[in-house]
Design a protein around this ligand. Structure first.
Ligand code: AHG
Ligand code: MN
Ligand code: MN
Length: 335
């Protein structure tokens, strides 16, 4: 009989590789999978459950908050705050850090997350996702602080995402490769379906919101034009694939190869403006892509080397197959 590996078994087996591990981390990831399954259920019945539509509120980025964003955010906070694994959380949807309530024990880990990524796609039944990033606490004393969140991506101990697509998948890394699990709705378990994912060295597709062309720097414009010329390897131009949900675009590129770009907006050349968030989107996906053999860059610097200075800091994000990102950097730096 074929071996069936649930995500829980996988996490336990990974932790056994470290004889000193306390099992704390296993518990943390277990709580996260419960939140993921609950969000998956809500996303799947979104059209039925009168849950669509806006809450009427705006988040810190000035965007309208969809009901499912708010639901996913609450769900993760409520699933994670009581377990005794975390000392603090931060979410794309909260202006400030989320402390652990007094009544619960404090743990040694920090969790940061984008509860629902690609939320503008929900009403159209297009894939959305959840992204998470985990660090070990660095401050001492009773309560953790924002300093525990303002870190470099290289300090992450784990990162992952859940994509709510034609099936629900969870992909994660603890620095021992990247592993993917598909939710079997019949038994409610994530089962290992993609062991040790490696991103192809070079892809055939690019993912970018090309409607923004006129706001880009010259290097990015030249790079995208370059992709439209016949490729020396395939003899064909690159194909454009853009879902508009970072998780979904990233996931496809991780499996098939390719490059995702969200370059800065240079309308005011003195103040380039990025869109994607360092702590909740760029860092976790950068950790995953590097573990899978790919690269993540702003064009001039490795994403994981950026020291965060603000909870909602934004960065240009160029991520995917190594050769593609390296070629982008050449174009970007020879503007
Ligand atoms: P979120 O739904 O968490 O706010 O993220 C949206 C992000 C990301 O998922 C996607 O890649 C990007 O915004 C799309 O932006 P454009 O609509 O500007 O292309
Ligand atoms: Mn997002
Ligand atoms: Mn979001």
């Amino acid at each position: 009989m074929q071996k069936v590996v649930t995500v829980q078994r996988h996490i336990v087996e990974q932790e056994r590789l470290y004889p000193k591990a306390s099992g704390d981390f296993t518990g943390l990831l277990w709580d996260l999978t419960i939140a993921a399954k609950t969000i998956s259920r809500e996303v799947n019945k979104a059209g039925l459950a009168d849950i669509l539509g806006l809450t009427g509120e705006k988040n810190i980025h000035g965007e309208e908050v969809k009901k499912l964003d708010a639901y996913a955010n609450e769900r993760i906070i409520k699933s994670m705050e009581h377990g005794g694994h975390l000392c603090i959380m931060a979410s794309e949807e909260n202006d400030d850090v989320i402390p652990i309530p007094e009544e619960f024990p404090r743990g040694k880990y920090v969790l940061m997350f984008d509860p629902l990524d690609g939320s503008s796609n929900i009403d159209a039944n297009v894939s959305v996702g959840t992204i998470f990033s985990i660090y070990r606490r660095k401050t001492t004393g009773k309560d953790a602080s924002v300093d525990d969140c303002l870190r470099k991506g290289t300090e992450q101990v784990a990162a992952g995402y859940i994509v709510y697509g034609s099936s629900t998948m969870m992909v994660y890394t603890t620095g021992q490769g990247v592993h993917g699990f598909t939710l079997d709705p019949g038994i409610g378990e994530f089962l290992l379906s993609h062991e040790n994912i490696r991103i192809p060295l070079k892809g055939k597709t690019y993912s970018v919101n090309e409607g923004n062309t006129f706001t880009w720097d010259e290097g990015t414009k030249k790079y995208i034009n370059h992709l439209k010329e016949s490729d020396t390897v395939t003899g064909r131009p690159y194909s454009l694939r853009y879902v508009g949900s970072l998780v979904a675009d990233f996931h496809r590129n991780l499996l098939y190869g390719g490059i995702f770009l969200y370059p800065a907006d240079y309308k005011d050349p003195k103040k380039p403006k990025a869109k994607l968030r360092l702590l909740y989107e760029a860092n976790p996906l950068a950790f995953i892509v590097e573990q899978a053999g790919g690269m993540a860059s702003t064009g001039k610097e490795r994403i994981l080397d950026i020291q965060a200075t603000g909870l909602h800091q934004k960065v240009p994000l160029i991520i995917g197959s190594k050769e593609d990102v390296l070629t982008y950097e050449k174009f970007f730096n020879n503007r």
